[in-house]
Design a protein. Structure first.
Length: 638
């Protein structure tokens, strides 16, 4: 046996012993069941042979026919069947009883085709005394002229029946019938079954007991592997001790896999440590599984103390990181490029403060709130099962501060240009007014032309001041749902009648089912008027003005398009057309398009311009669509 264990591997040893301990009892069970079946058939065959012998001797003892007995007893042919049966039973009793005594436990008799009754020698039997089942068997033996045997059940009330055709002078006049109870067979068969079942039970007990003994030995052998795996769960540097056979190969494979996992984990940790974005991962229960150094620094966390803990143990209830992670875990909802203001965290627990900042260094991230751009994704395995959530964020606080400083510099530069433009625009009218005042002082009396010029320049100054005030401090917008098609038509009619030219051909393509936009009608009229007026001025020699309304590709904005076939805008001037006081016209103020851009921006929209010198300009204004229930949109519409 020990030599066999040395030659076979562990799995083959287990297979061999399993075959010995389980398959052999199963074979023994099948064999004993076969023995029971053979014993049952043998007992039935012996009883059937007994009945056939009884039928043979009963047939031999009966001489003549039923008609001969009736004639011998002077029974007329037209007598009632009851009388005939009584006479026949009385006459056949001496024939039946000797055979019945020789074969105890067997019921014997004759069946008469003419009377359709079994004659068993009992004088109290006068009519039909058998079942339809027996009638069918009797008819079968009469029709086939061959013996018929039948077994009905094998319980205490079972029967074995046999039938033999009764042939006289070449004619079947009936049948010889025999019936025996199977109670004795059942008793003998029960003893055989009892012995067989005891043998089967002993074999199963031995087999199962041996199998569990072998299984226990197997579990003892692999317990070392189990303990080693438990150690590997917490320490991938641990290695399983060597073992024999396949278990040794398993130990080597597990050690190799642990080495690969340790290598991959180290690589992943290096990658996570090197990225400047914060990464936090949780499992499906909300326990923190990964916190990289960037996330720990921004969120003031100590990875060694928070890993494995639930979100609600690490973050307070109103913490935005916790809220976003809980929403992803419970609702499977993710966010992308979601900006939050993360409050600086100060702990009142000195021990926790020491754990989070062991070197006592000042953390620049704790000086005020941080601006974070967050994104979450659901983690799934290869089968598509949900296993957790990963949250990635980038701290854009310093970037936003830098952008704010750049914008401040840009605003200061724009303000310088703006002030220079204001000074230039105001200086010209003031120079004219100052010159005429000096002339009045010398002459003592102003001329009508001088007064008209002073009044014109004063009106010009007032208009410039109004535009500057609106540009610097726009009037409060009164938003309401408005159909831009109707508004467009009103402005076009006004501009055409006031500033239009017969040389300019106007083409319109206004969408009839345009959804309403969220606008201030008066301010939007000013925007459209300035844009259309500029288009007319770009075509002094005539051309085509195309006006169009529709929806943006994403269907979030209502788009208004104004296209002309005028002189176009040079590329170097295209980026400056919305700057205040920038103009290429001799008498222009340079505030029209600047005011239009300011109003559109206040509406939450934007302006897109494309132009080519000598071909024309296409200017599109995008205004947000009106949404039901939007604040500031309670007006009646336009």
């Amino acid at each position: 046996m020990f030599g066999l264990r040395g030659r076979l591997g562990f799995n083959r040893q287990l297979l061999v012993f399993t075959v010995i301990l389980l398959v052999l009892p199963a074979l023994l069970t099948f064999y004993m069941l076969h023995v029971i079946k053979r014993a049952e058939l043998g007992m039935i065959e012996r009883d059937q042979e007994k009945l056939e012998r009884a039928l043979y001797w009963l047939d031999r003892r009966f001489e003549g026919t039923f008609e001969d007995i009736l004639r011998a007893h002077n029974v007329p042919p037209d007598a009632r069947n009851r009388e005939k049966v009584k006479v026949l039973n009385t006459a056949l009793k001496p024939v039946i009883d000797p055979v019945a005594q020789e074969y105890p436990g067997v019921d014997l008799g004759f069946y008469s085709v003419e009377l359709d009754v079994i004659l068993n020698g009992h004088t109290e039997t006068y009519g039909e005394n058998f079942s339809l089942r027996r009638k069918a068997d009797i008819d079968r033996t009469i029709t086939s002229k061959t013996p018929v045997a039948n077994v009905v059940g094998l319980s205490g009330s079972g029967l074995i029946e046999a039938y033999r055709p009764l042939i006289r002078e070449g004619r079947v006049i009936g049948a010889v019938v025999a019936q025996a109870n199977t109670e004795e067979i059942y008793r003998r068969l029960a003893r055989v079954r009892q012995e067989a079942y005891l043998t089967i039970g002993a074999g199963i007990i031995i087999g199962v007991g041996g199998f569990f003994f072998l299984l226990n030995r197997f579990l003892e052998v692999i317990s070392g592997v189990k303990k080693g795996l438990a150690n590997l769960e917490s320490d991938l540097s641990y290695r399983l001790p060597p073992a024999f056979g396949e278990l040794g190969e398993i130990a080597v494979a597990i050690n190799h896999l642990a080495g690969r996992l340790e290598q991959m984990r180290s690589f992943n940790e290096i990658v996570l440590d090197s990225v400047d974005a914060g990464v936090i991962a949780t499992d499906v229960q909300g326990r923190l599984a990964t916190v990289n150094p960037a996330a720990a620094a921004v969120l003031a966390l100590n990875p060694s103390s928070v890993l494995g803990r639930h979100l609600w143990e690490v973050f307070p209830p109103e913490n935005p990181v916790r809220m976003i992670l809980e929403r992803a875990l419970s609702r499977r909802e993710t966010v992308q490029d979601f900006t939050v203001s993360y409050p600086a965290r100060f702990t009142s627990n000195p021990q926790e403060e020491a754990e989070q900042n062991p070197e006592g260094k000042k953390d620049s991230f704790r000086e005020g709130d941080r601006e974070l751009i967050l994104g979450t994704n659901l983690l799934t395995d290869r089968r598509g099962n949900f296993v957790g959530v990963v949250l990635m964020f980038k701290d854009v606080t310093e970037q936003n501060r830098l952008e704010e400083r750049v914008k401040r510099q840009e605003r200061l530069a724009a303000l310088g240009k703006f002030v220079a433009g204001v000074a230039h625009e105001i200086r010209n009218p003031l120079t004219s007014i100052s010159g005429y005042i000096q002339i009045w002082q010398r002459c003592g009396q102003p001329t009508p032309e001088a007064l008209a010029t002073v009044a014109q320049e004063t009106t010009r100054l007032n208009a410039i001041v109004d535009k500057l005030l609106f540009f610097a401090r726009p009037a409060e917008s009164k938003f309401q749902p408005c159909n831009l098609k109707d508004l467009f038509q009103q402005v076009l009619q006004f501009v055409t009648e006031g500033y239009g030219s017969s040389k300019v051909k106007v083409q319109t393509a206004l969408a009839p089912d345009l959804p309403p936009a969220r606008v201030d009608p008066e301010q939007m009229k000013q925007v459209l008027m300035n844009i259309i007026y500029n288009a007319y001025q770009a075509m002094p020699e005539g051309g085509t003005l195309r006006l169009r309304t529709g929806l943006s590709p994403d269907r979030k904005y209502v788009a208004v398009t104004v296209a002309d076939t005028g002189c176009g805008i040079p590329p170097e001037n295209l980026s400056r057309i919305f700057d205040p006081f920038f103009t290429t016209k001799a008498r222009g103020s340079g505030l029209g398009l600047a005011l239009a851009h300011e109003i559109v921006s206040a509406h939450g929209g934007y302006v897109d311009v494309k132009s080519k010198v000598g071909v024309g300009t296409v200017l599109r204004v995008y205004i947000p669509r009106y949404k039901e229930g939007e604040s500031g949109a309670a007006g009646t519409g336009c």
